[in-house]
Design a protein around this ligand. Structure first.
Ligand SMILES: [Zn+2]
Length: 460
């Protein structure tokens, strides 16, 4: 690492001291380090203590929870906090949005970190995150990476939606470029996941071979496209890099894993997280997806059509007291277990995660039509509440939008949206947009974005 880069890394790359002024970064790191090795009864005691603190604070300062706890007739100081938690309502995206300020502390100590997601369910949402909770989440990601020998400051090649190509207006573009410089300062090479044509993958592979990153991380499908390209062209990473390849927990088929192993010659790990909740589970070298039990509580709710403990994932962030996230429905299905893992960590385990959106369509020429294209363009469209991408035929796509009540999707915004999407989609894709009164969930209860031609008749 160059001197300049290490200086920058200290100055702007790791702004965690700013994130967590009251609790030093070092303390949080120690805390997380200890948390993973706690014995079951110690872990339970820690969770109880943290949950009680959360309930006491939200019961005092957050209007929605003050009312809910009063309705339960519960006393967060004295009663079993786990039981109180079970009595609180689950919150979905729609409620989170509609409750707005009622979900925020009336006496916030600091300003929140604000993020936008349309995420994997196609509904746009502004999420406010407690700075303390954000620091815990961020560093929980580092904890997981450390299981694979990745150290802070190790160079990373990240295939992720940067948004630069969809930025509008000089100010927004400038902001995104600054963010990208920050990524550079902490050793992240950001690569667009929009591989529209062969040359894009070629360029990505060349960059990888030049950068020799310690960690390759990104969307499972994009990593696989890159790996398959490398295998076809006789390219192979290493020796000595990367230490590991990480992907966001989507489905990867065995043949895809084989391509990745051949191209990178490094272990492959999965991370399960979301914009709203951060890292919820991380895979250990023994293969378990360990849940971040010391800083959050995951539950699965009984879901129609699901058996054997499979249910909708609901998350409570134990560290977020000012902008709480309590019993938030992630919209994914999984099973939870507490069977111990041979790695010795006391953290629980997540199994059979399904429901992540990794569906894609192909254009006539074989180009990729990926939901993340629409996800990116959506971030600048305030009027849209949720959307579906319907395949009318090969390369013939209809974007169906449901709008917020009383809002209109004006012509200029529509045209900008279509232009942005087309700039990221293969050249032979035809895209039209329609506004729908109401977009229903699937029979499974999961709101799916990508609707293949075989189901298109239900929507068009
Ligand atoms: Zn383990």
């Amino acid at each position: 690492m160059s001197t300049l880069r290490s200086q920058l890394a200290r100055r702007i790359g790791l702004p965690l001291k700013a994130l967590a002024k009251r609790e030093s970064t070092g303390r949080i790191v120690d805390d997380l380090d200890k948390g993973q090795w706690l014995a079951p009864e110690q872990l339970r005691a820690l969770r109880e203590k943290r949950l009680r603190r959360l309930l006491v604070e939200v019961g005092r300062d957050v209007p929605f929870y003050r009312e809910q706890i009063r309705r339960l007739g519960a006393d967060p100081q004295g009663d079993d906090p786990f039981e109180i938690l079970r009595g609180l309502p689950t919150i979905n995206k729609k409620m989170y949005r509609e409750l707005g300020v009622a979900l925020r502390s009336e006496s916030p100590r600091r300003r929140p970190i604000v993020a936008h997601t349309s995420g994997t369910t196609g509904e746009r949402l502004e999420v406010r995150v407690d700075p303390d909770a954000a620091a815990y989440r961020y560093l929980a990601g580092f904890r997981g990476r450390s299981w694979w020998g990745i150290e802070p400051g190790d160079s990373e090649y990240k295939i992720w939606g940067s948004g630069i190509r969809t930025a509008t207006g000089a100010a927004e573009l400038a902001y995104k470029v600054v963010r990208r410089m920050k990524d550079w300062a902490i050793g992240i090479t950001l690569v667009s996941p929009f591989f529209q044509k062969r040359e894009d993958v070629d360029e990505a592979a060349r960059l990888l071979m030049r950068k020799k990153p310690k960690l390759v991380f990104g969307y499972a499908n994009s990593i696989h496209l890159l790996a398959a390209h490398m295998v076809r062209n006789g390219l192979r990473a290493g020796p000595g890099w990367p230490k590991a390849v990480g992907y966001t927990a989507e489905m990867l088929m065995d043949w895809q894993r084989e391509d990745i192993a051949r191209a990178f010659g490094a272990p492959l790990f999965a991370e399960y997280g979301s914009c709203e909740a951060g890292v919820m589970a991380f895979q250990c070298p023994q293969g378990s997806m360990h849940t971040s039990d010391d800083i959050m509580i995951l539950e699965t709710l009984p879901t129609p059509g699901c058996a054997d403990g499979l249910g909708g994932v609901v998350v409570t962030d134990l560290m977020a007291t000012t902008y709480p996230l309590i019993r938030y429905q992630q919209g994914d299905l999984a099973r939870l277990g507490s069977e111990t893992c041979t790695c010795g960590r006391g953290l629980g385990r997540l199994f059979d995660l399904t429901g992540r959106m990794n569906e894609r369509f192909a254009s006539r020429s074989g180009g990729i039509i990926d939901f993340i294209v629409f996800d990116q363009a959506m971030k600048e469209q305030d009027a849209i509440r949720c959307f579906k991408v319907v395949e009318r035929g090969p390369g013939d796509i209809v974007f169906l939008a449901e709008l917020h009540a009383g809002r209109e999707w004006n012509l200029a915004d529509r045209e900008r949206f279509v232009k942005q999407c087309l700039s990221l989609l293969p050249a032979d894709v035809a895209l039209s947009v329609q506004v729908a009164d109401h977009l229903p969930s699937e029979p499974s209860g999961k709101f799916r974005i990508m609707i293949a031609a075989s189901d298109a008749a239900r929507y068009l």
